[in-house]
Design a protein around this ligand. Structure first.
Ligand SMILES: [Zn+2]
Ligand SMILES: [Zn+2]
Length: 281
């Protein structure tokens, strides 16, 4: 069931199938995006970002915490929509009672606009997604020091001299590397313009053709491929990782439909998150 996909400077590992399971591991960041199933290979993650409480995204949390305890891992940091934090705490208490062993973790409730430090120069910004239950997306970025534009093109010697003279040559810039937006209406794009330019955008695309009408897709607060195509000029990303496809389609159906319907501009950047074999595990 396990797939790995290049998302330079990172890798995305895991699996995603709409309504069934989604859990993506970014090993370079020790980050797990959702936990709709739990694999041993993601046990080393330090941070879990929950998009919302539906079981295909959160149902395997007790299994993950149990496995981590077995491996003697430090407490997992779990970032989650603030509206569901008390409920998740209750769920974990019930599981603790059942297995008679503590489910240690740091529950960190967050809301839209919150900023989280992952250590070093790495940060995460939380943003609102649009689903029938409280939900969030996450933007991963680093803060880097860049030479101010008026010093561009100067020889190294001169830059060093200016620096030695105490001149302030640098400014802090954000490098947006990866964003995760799942289980949401397409309006997430307009509401969060930074998604247009983030290097890697992981975006749900649950429905692909007339098997589900646009209206029905919107009613369930999901993105339909036709809407994505209507927004084709929006995407300036290096890679658009589409995931959370419905099981109405086999993996090969997904490949065929994307091949048939995507305009060239999107074909150039879209990498669907799919198993290599033609079945959903
Ligand atoms: Zn889902
Ligand atoms: Zn959902």
């Amino acid at each position: 069931m396990f797939q790995a996909q290049d998302a330079a400077p990172f890798t995305i590992e895991g699996a995603s199938l709409g309504g069934i399971y989604t859990s993506l591991h970014i090993p370079e960041l020790k980050v797990l995006l959702d936990v709709g199933y739990s694999l041993r290979s993601s046990v080393g993650a330090k941070h879990l970002f929950l998009s919302h409480g539906h079981t295909d995204h959160s149902g395997a949390l007790p299994a993950l915490l149990g496995m981590r305890a077995l491996h003697g891992q430090a407490k997992l940091n779990i970032y989650l929509p603030e509206e569901i934090a008390d409920t998740v705490k209750e769920v974990l208490l019930v599981w603790e009672k059942m297995q008679r062993y503590p489910m240690d973790c740091n529950l960190i409730p967050v809301g839209p606009g919150a900023e989280i430090s992952l250590g070093g120069n790495r940060y995460v910004k939380c943003f609102r997604t649009f689903h029938p239950v409280p939900s969030l997306g996450y933007l991963f970025f680093s803060r880097v020091q860049k030479l101010k534009p008026n010093f561009h093109g100067l020889p190294g010697r001169e830059i060093k001299a200016l620096k030695d003279a105490g001149k302030d040559l640098f400014e802090t810039k954000e490098r947006h590397e990866l964003a995760y937006a799942t289980d949401t209406l397409i309006s997430v794009l307009e509401k969060n313009p930074e998604l247009a330019t983030v290097q890697n955008l992981i975006l749900e695309c649950t429905f692909l053709d007339e098997k589900k009408s646009l209206e029905d897709s919107r009613r369930g607060c999901h993105i339909h491929l036709d809407e994505l195509i209507q927004h084709q000029d929006y995407f300036k990303n290096e890679k658009l990782h589409l995931m959370h496809f419905s099981q109405l389609y086999s993996p090969n159906n997904v490949r065929d439909i994307l091949q048939k319907k995507l305009p060239d501009s999107l074909k150039a950047i879209v990498t669907p998150f799919l198993p290599s074999k033609n079945y959903w595990p």
